[in-house]
Design a protein around this ligand. Sequence first.
Ligand SMILES: *Cc1c(COP(=O)(O)O)cnc(C)c1O
Length: 390
Amino acid sequence: MKKPTRVNHPPEVALPPGNRALVAPIYQSVKFEFETVEETEQYLRGERPGFFYTRSSNPTTRQLEQLLAELQGREDCLVTATGVGAIAQTLLALTRAGDHILCFVETYNPTRYLIRRVLGRFGVTHTMLSIEDTTGIERVLAAQAVRLVYFESPTNPVTKIADLAAITRAARAAHALTVMDNTFAGFHQHGEFDVDVFVHSLTKYASGAGDVMGGAVIARAELIRTLHADFRSLGGTLDPHAAFLILRGLKTYFVRYQAQCERAVSIAQLLAAHAAVARVHYPGLPTHPQYALAARQMRDFGTIVTFDLRGGEAAARRFADALELFALTPSLGSGESLILTAQIMSGRELDAEQQRISGVTPGTVRLSIGLEDVGDLTEDVTRALAAAGP
Ligand SMILES: *Cc1c(COP(=O)(O)O)cnc(C)c1O
């Protein structure tokens, strides 16, 4: 073998029997081969296990999929390049022209765009209610055929809580699928409810470091098999190296989530007691209008603390600019604390009534609580509240 040939066929290093890596290697390979045409054909007919092309499946992404399915309490999972990729591919794979979707004003902005603008182009219609309108949900499901109900809990940014038992019961009775974006609550919550499909952004709590993007769809095996057939051709596959980074991040998921929640409770309490603050939206505070529902459904209340400043937009701007530890940027779930103001996060296409339902006012501020020392966070927020003025 000449050297130009050898560099393209380097020596293989196989581990001897009884010897293994504690952390699985990254299968940074697009292609996998079988020895013979016969074996390849068997694989393509689904008659033997294995891997062939990473867009379809890869051992590193598969390890992440199996772990996430177990964390969320479902049979199987597909991972994608981003959270929005997971949502878009799931909605495309589950709907056809003439289908109707029940969704909510409080839904994540890009998801609303997907349902209204993208699926709308393909003849999929929708009804958009408030997530708090449980009777409205039952009424729509009783009045017409609904393919799927798409919701989140807690919602972004004002942390409204979806009544999971009521929604899943009504959807099941109407033979509608339920698809829940569970990113805010995390993989360890809501699994005991009768939700058909969970979607997650892995960009947030899973990686935890804010340096990698990913998404996941988690459901029963038969649904995942159906989705996989379309996902292979939609092409939003997660890269194996990103899967490795997310697997690494997940090792500290539980301790990070817990620690961030503890800090979030402290900050929510501080805000609730402050004269400059009109209202705090945090489902773990007994003053949250849906506290009882949240306490029934959740073990941890999340790391998003949203509040309304009495001083409106001018106060929100002063508060955001005065903070030193909180970065003025989107996302959540990483070690750094973050802040968004209403001007940056509002859904611009909502009409006046929908804006009112969304709960976002000009003085609304969303904090994503990170892993900094709680004393430092408290000091920063207290100082910025003083700067925001009455
Ligand atoms: C961030 C986020 C997404 C989108 O995830 P990306 O990884 O940024 O594409 C979807 N839903 C919720 C609730 C999110 O917070």
